[in-house]
Design a protein around this ligand. Sequence first.
Ligand SMILES: *Cc1c(COP(=O)(O)O)cnc(C)c1O
Length: 272
Amino acid sequence: MFDQLEKTVTLHERHGRYPQATSVEDFRRNLAAVQQRIANACQRVGRDPASVRLLPVSKTFDEAHLRLAYAAGCRLLGENKVQEAQRKSQAMADLADLQWSVIGHLQTNKAKQVARFASEFQALDSLRVAEALDRRLHIEGRQLDVFVQVNTSGEASKYGLAPEAVADFLSALPAFSALRVRGLMTLALFSADVLRVRPCFVRLRELRERLRQRAPAGVGLEELSMGMSGDFEVAIEEGATVVRVGQAIFGARAMPDAYYWPTADAHPGSDE
Ligand SMILES: *Cc1c(COP(=O)(O)O)cnc(C)c1O
């Protein structure tokens, strides 16, 4: 039974083979294909597909492509760099019901922008950023849904809190009343080997189960944001409630993934 699950999933090796989406039809077809993969994964483990939210990730794609995605039905787009996200949100301000989720590392000096345009922030991993966001949100008179990013792979190159640090971190968050804590987010080990990827997702779910009982009032831990184009089926099998999918919807990106998830010694993908 477990063997069969392992065979039905597609991992990162598929990256680079997704064709570019260049029409509304392409986006409709790709979105339907991803929804079908979500439904299949849910069926394998007896979950309701409605319990999984698809977050389309539009980073690196230009405004014209984002507008096609919007025409195909996307109303919330994920971006991992603040400046790029803000530029796009301003250019597309005419689409009043289009919302933005920032899914990449944030520096405190960018909190002001995020407080203005984002509806969700998925990479919270420091109290300095929480404090800066909260202060700016109060000025803007806004609130923000946030996910706490956890490093489940143990890789030094990944942002996120060590699993052991999350309980203390959560206990400090009620002080920031403009942040609505929704759950946890992680990036799995970047590997084509499902036997190495799956444990990252298991770790996040188990951490959530442990913390749920003693989470402070007002800190929600309902959501688990995990899984991308190459591994979202595995993530769903392990309890993902949000999957962040870029390439399977928009097409393969030109840049290697290392560009977005900086290594320990070089930070080319950060918002410096
Ligand atoms: C780019 C990105 C994704 C989506 O990856 P794809 O391979 O395009 O599906 C998901 N999460 C984060 C944090 C990302 O930066």
